[in-house]
Design a protein. Sequence first.
Length: 318
Amino acid sequence: MTPKPIAAADTVISDWSEDKAARFGRDTLLFRHTLHERPMFSDEALAEVLDRYPRERLGVFTMGRDLEDWKSWRRGDARDMSGHQLMQAVQAGRIWLNLREANAHLPEYAALCDEISAEKERHIGVSLLKRDLGLLISSPGAMVFYHLDVPLTSLWHIRGDKRVWFYPRTEPFISDEAIERCITKEAEGQFAFRPEWDADAHVIDMKPGDMATWAQNRPHRVQNGPTVNVTLSMEFMTPSALARANVLYANAQLRKRFGARPKVQDRLGPRMLAKLALARAMKTSEAGRKVYRPILPATFVLDPARPGAIHTVETGPV
């Protein structure tokens, strides 16, 4: 499919090129966008969004400072706090707020998801499936440990500065078996990290107006600069990305049930088709009897009276 030219007035990204369109979804790329100029990302607007977003779906996290201590990433709870109080907690503490699927709960984010998806589709000539536009609001100095995402992802940076390290999608950085555990939701995507791997990393410093995207399942980590960060995280699938995820799902079943050591097929052929059929059959048989619950229990609550302070609670639902 030949991408259609679009008028500058309709463009969110200002530096599309034929080369970037061809490499989209396969390589680590950096674009420039204009979303950071919109008033919907002011403190006042974000506080109002936090009040409207379903509080039971809000991801509230804190973390340690040691890059190798990925298990210090903890889930919390903030059900009794207003959007304004949450913004104060982010400013003062070490907090990472994740509003997943904001496009499913907030009309303005649904419209924004449609807008940026349509632009991507016009340029790359491929439909975007299973779209999840999330809003990330995080503290100065906060970080996300070494991890990977199951879908394709693009980060649209709005406020603050952040640095992102991208690592090869091969061993020793990541194994197929580790990726499979994310596909089957046995792991939340974070893994042990070795600092010497930074020598092989592709590093991007992100400023407001930058958008980064990278190959599916590529491991990466994130470090905020000294101010509050606001970023949109758009997860999505293309037909080829969805096929890869299903191949990995089938491989996970073959490994667990039959002790196989399967390889990943990224090109259509008899083996891929067989694995796609297996994945579909297995998912159909599991439907209705497997309920996904967060792997990390809530282990702290935010203190409304002391911005940024947290109180540890007993492991389990708050």
